[in-house]
Design a protein around this ligand. Structure first.
Ligand code: DHB
Length: 500
């Protein structure tokens, strides 16, 4: 891998590779691709980035053209989109124009500078075959890349005070972390070890966060609360389709109850009326539940309005849409507002459970979060001590499962190093707490209404926390969108225009 990896820069100074900029006729942009962002790369294939610059801001010889404009921006004022390609908490390369998960076009069309960045993941190995990518390596790599870009800012068009981070799923988690952990001291030693430019900043101006799979410490609990009514999971990456065993059903109830407790202790504030949001026990009531339903209803309303106004590419009418698959049994529309009958009707009729119980820190350690492609010296590992507590409560009822699973989960409780690593990559630890970071001014969160990769309450909680901490946060669930860069065409651009 080390020899085969293409690296354009010989040094960390982009002045040395001015001649390497090429022009892409299709996208009308200058390209500097496959740039190693640290001289201490242990997995060069993944610790690279590519830079794409709209045509007006550069000359053929890699010189910045200060004279020309695009869409009112100059090489000095144009925002820089920094998109991470992180997925599944695994190693990912940067992407390329027209490549998989490449969203460059919509940004380049507007005249923005676009950077795509790769990173290590938990399965990364160095040249000697040693694991070198465990958390927080993914985030540390992205911070290292931001510092590299700033170190070379005189060679790259763009306002480096207007870097806008973008990412989805695990990349959405990373985009969130970049927003809230800018220059936080917790990462200093990791950055030094990673060869980052320590005098540069890794803060971002704003973050676009798509479908964030984050708050892994509580994601298993949140999942059981959301999908409590559904005892059967669809086939997915974590597990084949299946029905819960009696043990899993009992565990699910324990985790759901633990979530209600956790959520209520957060004392989240409804930004509309300043009420403290709460969930109640077994019945789906409480203003926390109602707040989530208001976001889902808003999502459906926006979609149906757009459908009615023919703003979507769909060929069907609103009436057709509601009749399809007997949606009228759980969805109503009065021409202005959509109302979903209940969360459970939505789950059971429309967006079924994808993952089993447990869903992230899975029982058999086969999820992308807890599978480390184990070897005896680096075993797959659990990370959520709350699951140990729940299993412990089921000891008498399910002795076999207790014997099978408890000890492994309980090990987490004694592993301070693991707890630290889990802490470092949970954005909630940095929002409205004593942690000192240079935080983004703006965040925009978009989550597909058909996304069952994590509970809706994970991003809802994140949005509410960010808002409460004074970060201007635009949060919506996007109807009918799966786990993806869930958005309506052009709306991310409208948001960027509104903040720069
Ligand atoms: C991703 C998806 C998941 O379901 C998950 O648990 C973690 C990450 C992803 O697409 O990045």
């Amino acid at each position: 891998m080390f020899n085969k990896t293409k690296v354009t820069n010989k040094t960390m100074e982009l002045a040395d590779c001015k001649a390497e900029w090429t022009f892409n006729e299709t996208y009308k942009c200058w390209c500097l691709e496959d740039i190693l962002y640290t001289a201490k790369a242990v997995t060069p294939k993944f610790q690279r980035l590519s830079i794409f610059v709209p045509e007006p801001y550069m000359r053929k010889d890699g010189e910045i053209n200060q004279a020309r404009q695009m869409n009112g921006y100059t090489a000095q004022t144009v925002p820089v989109i920094f998109e991470n390609n992180s997925a599944g908490y695994m190693q990912m390369t940067h992407t390329w124009l027209g490549g998989p998960r490449c969203y460059a076009e919509q940004y380049l069309e507007q005249g923005y500078v676009y950077i795509t960045c790769g990173n290590r993941g938990h399965e990364s190995k160095d040249a000697d075959g040693r694991y070198c990518g465990k958390a927080p390596a993914n985030l540390v790599d992205l911070k290292t890349a931001l510092r590299f870009i700033r170190h070379n800012q005189s060679l790259i068009p763009g306002d480096m005070n207007k870097i806008i981070s973008v990412g989805w799923s695990a990349g959405g988690a990373m985009s969130t972390l970049l927003a809230v952990t800018g220059n936080n001291k917790n990462f200093t030693s990791y950055l030094e070890e990673n060869g980052a430019f320590m005098e540069e900043s890794d803060a971002v101006y704003a973050s676009q966060i798509y479908c964030p799979v984050t708050d892994l410490e509580h994601a298993d609990l949140a999942y059981e609360w959301l999908f409590a009514a559904d005892k059967e999971n669809e086939a997915g990456a974590v597990a084949p389709a299946g029905i819960m065993t009696p043990f899993e059903e009992a565990l699910s109830i324990r985790l759901k109850d633990a979530y209600i407790n956790y959520f209520n202790n957060l004392k989240l504030v409804n930004p509309d009326n300043k009420e403290i949001l709460q969930l109640t026990g077994d019945v789906r009531t409480g203003n926390g539940y109602e707040y989530l339903m208001s976001k889902l209803n808003e999502s459906a309303s926006i979609y149906l309005k757009k459908l009615e106004n023919k703003e979507l590419s769909a060929e069907y009418s609103v009436a057709d849409y509601i009749l399809v698959n007997e949606k009228s049994e759980w969805l109503s529309w009065d021409g202005k507002k959509a109302i979903i009958k209940s969360l459970d009707s939505y789950i059971l009729s429309h967006r079924r459970r994808l993952k089993p119980c447990t869903s992230f820190d899975t029982l058999k350690k086969e999820s992308c979060e807890n599978k480390v492609f184990g070897t005896p010296e680096n075993p797959n590992m659990h990370f959520n001590p709350q699951i140990a507590d729940a299993i412990s409560e089921l000891r008498e009822q399910f002795p076999k499962e207790y014997a099978d699973y408890y000890t492994e989960y309980a090990k987490v409780k004694d592993d301070a190093n693991l707890a630290k690593r889990v802490y470092l990559i949970n954005p909630l630890n940095y929002i409205g707490t004593d942690e000192k970071s240079d935080q983004a001014k703006y965040c925009r969160i978009r989550v597909g209404a058909s996304d069952a990769d994590t509970s809706f309450t994970v991003s809802m909680t994140l949005a509410l926390k960010l808002q409460e901490a004074g970060i201007q946060t635009d949060y919506q669930i996007v109807w009918e969108q799966p786990h993806s860069e869930a958005d309506y065409k052009g709306e991310v651009i409208d948001w960027i225009k509104s903040i720069v």
